[in-house]
Design a protein around this ligand. Structure first.
Ligand code: OFO
Length: 166
């Protein structure tokens, strides 16, 4: 049985994962309207992954006897300055999510809830992979620069990454 503290924190994380999904979907829409189909499809695919992260937590809370709850989900930002702005924001977002997961892991550990501690290890590795993925994209954009040709190439590369890494 989960403690009330853990139920509350896991439910907050569910809401945050769904927010992440909406944020990436919104970013996908921006990329689509600006002529970056590769980035758009990568981000839309990532939005589906975030939804699954939320669902996995939701199922865990239900299976462990808690009341899984989706909280109010804030509307994500819809306007961005550039593709670089988008991916800088994704990396910053993933770093913030890692901090939330770390806090959850710490709580489970402090409470001696080893089942939840064990369950959360999947999220710990996932965050490592996601930070690596977005850092890699941010680095590539920096190297290529903001000119039209470079962005055309970056869009193609990111489109391929979505297929491979997603
Ligand atoms: Fe992008 O991460 Fe979920 O957890």
């Amino acid at each position: 049985m989960l403690s009330t503290t853990l139920i509350d924190k896991l439910n907050a994380q569910i809401t945050l994962e769904f927010y992440s999904s909406n944020l990436y979907l919104q970013m996908a829409a921006w990329c689509d309207t600006r002529g970056f189909p590769g980035c758009s499809s990568f981000l839309a695919q990532h939005a589906s992954e975030e939804y699954q992260h939320g669902r996995k937590l939701f199922t865990y809370v239900m299976e462990t006897g808690g009341l899984a709850r989706v909280g109010a989900i804030e509307a994500p930002k819809a306007d961005f300055a550039s593709v670089q702005d988008i991916f800088d924001a994704t990396l910053a977002h993933e770093i913030a999510i890692t901090a939330k997961i770390n806090d959850l892991v710490k709580t489970a550990m402090n409470e001696g809830d080893f089942s939840t501690f064990n369950f959360l290890q999947w999220y710990t590795s996932e965050q490592h992979e996601e930070e690596k993925l977005f850092r890699n994209i941010v680095d590539r954009i920096r190297v290529i620069g903001p000119d039209g040709k470079g962005l055309y190439w970056i869009d193609k590369e990111i489109g391929k990454m979505g297929k491979k890494d997603g």
